[in-house]
Write a protein that binds this ligand. Structure first.
Ligand SMILES: [Zn+2]
Length: 71
């Protein structure tokens, strides 16, 4: 299932843990059953994956960063 993307070149999709591509690099100690994958528009490959909890954290961090005034 594709969840949309960004103009910077990735689309996101959610997959079950069993379909993780880079299990050894997945920073997840929560036992999450679902993983978010970022797929490059250029290569069509999974470039980045993170578990649901980490994805939510990353989303919040990006949101905060985007809202922060830069001087
Ligand atoms: Zn997790």
């Amino acid at each position: 299932m594709t969840l949309g993307g960004f103009q910077s070149g990735f689309s996101a999709r959610k997959v079950p843990r069993s379909e993780v591509k880079w299990e050894q690099f997945l920073m997840c100690s929560h036992g999450c059953a679902e993983v978010i994958q970022l797929i490059s528009h250029v290569s069509g490959e999974v470039e980045f994956e993170l578990c649901k909890i980490e994805a939510e954290r990353m989303g919040k961090v990006l949101l905060e960063a985007a809202k922060t005034e830069s001087f």
